[in-house]
Design a protein around this ligand. Structure first.
Ligand code: NCD
Length: 311
């Protein structure tokens, strides 16, 4: 199969087939097995440019670390106050400029549609690192890869997604990705944070989804629990946030009632939705998940920058 990622924008998981997803997972396995010296050839002389209009820890650092591991370099803006965005420069002009200085562009922006827009303007490929509450496709790729590595498969699993299903962009990208597999999905959220029906309309015939407000009711069935943070910054009314914060907490009592081998995932950052007391258990997958993220992003960059990288 020819490399489907070469010189291509990564805007939405919906743009990729199941074969495309599997291609990047297999490339990630190969990248992980490579010697640092071999890996260091894949991005030599190339530059990643990033623009973060919203805070980030893992996404930005893992892209930086991934690019460095390929022998490439990175430039970018994550402190908007020290850039011309502060003077009023438009997103379009900022994209046009970073496009001149880099070979691949990583963008996080609070507006839905921002990455699609940027992709139309730039000559180099764009990676959507979060567009409003719409999507975060590389997070979904690393989430699916994590499930595959931790469980040995994706098909046949029962997956619970818990928390803020209304505003959490990682949830949507994950659901679009899961629609390629035969899985049972249980969506667990307060009534006011249920998934946006119009955003999953297209996948409704491909994915079996059940909604719940009570986690305990489905807990014993779940192979994976994907926990999300309540997205405080996206609430139009903070009083509404106060009503739902702390609704679900995963702790040792939760693990008692769950399957012994349940995998607890989280895109992070976590606030109080996962107790630190379970961090040391085999069930806590979230830090390994962040580590897979660096490797998967390295594979993705290698595929985007090289037509035939032998991955
Ligand atoms: C997420 C995001 O930015 O959408 N973070 C991440 O990239 N791992 C999740 C969140 O902010 O809750």
């Amino acid at each position: 199969m020819p490399n489907p990622f070469y010189d291509r924008d990564i805007v939405s998981i919906k743009d990729f087939s199941k074969a495309d997803l599997e291609f990047v997972f297999s490339a990630t396995d190969k990248i992980r097995a490579m010697k640092p010296s071999e890996r260091g050839e894949l991005g030599k002389g190339r530059t990643l440019g990033y623009l973060f209009y919203e805070p980030s820890t893992r996404t930005r650092m893992s892209f930086e670390a991934a690019m460095a591991s390929l022998g490439g370099s990175f430039i970018g803006i994550s402190e908007l106050k020290s850039s011309s965005v502060e003077k009023g420069e438009s997103l379009a002009d900022t994209i046009r400029i970073i496009d001149l200085y880099s070979d691949v562009i990583v963008l996080r922006h609070p507006m839905d549609g921002s990455s699609r827009f940027a992709g139309e303007l730039s000559s180099n490929p764009i990676i959507n690192a979060g567009s409003g509450s719409e999507e975060h496709p590389t997070q979904a790729l690393l989430d699916l890869y994590t499930i595959l590595k931790e469980k040995g498969k994706i098909d046949g699993l029962s997956i619970g997604i818990v928390g803020d299903l209304k505003y959490g962009r990682t949830v949507y990208s994950l659901l679009y990705g899961l629609a390629n597999y035969k899985v049972d999905v249980h969506l667990i959220s307060p009534q006011s944070l249920q998934v946006r029906k119009e955003s999953i309309y297209e996948i409704q015939n491909k994915l079996k989804v059940k909604e719940h407000t009570d986690l305990d009711e489905v807990l014993p069935k779940l192979d994976v629990i994907y926990v999300t943070r309540i997205q405080r910054e996206r609430f139009p009314d903070l009083q509404e946030y106060e009503k739902v914060r702390g609704t679900y907490t995963i702790n040792s009592a939760t693990l008692e009632k769950a399957r012994k081998d349940v995998s607890i995932m989280h895109p992070l950052p976590r606030l109080d939705e996962i107790s630190t007391s379970i961090d040391g258990t085999q069930n806590a997958v979230y830090f390994r998940q962040a580590s897979y993220g660096k490797e998967l992003r390295a594979a993705l960059l290698a595929l985007m920058l090289n037509e035939n990288p032998a991955l």
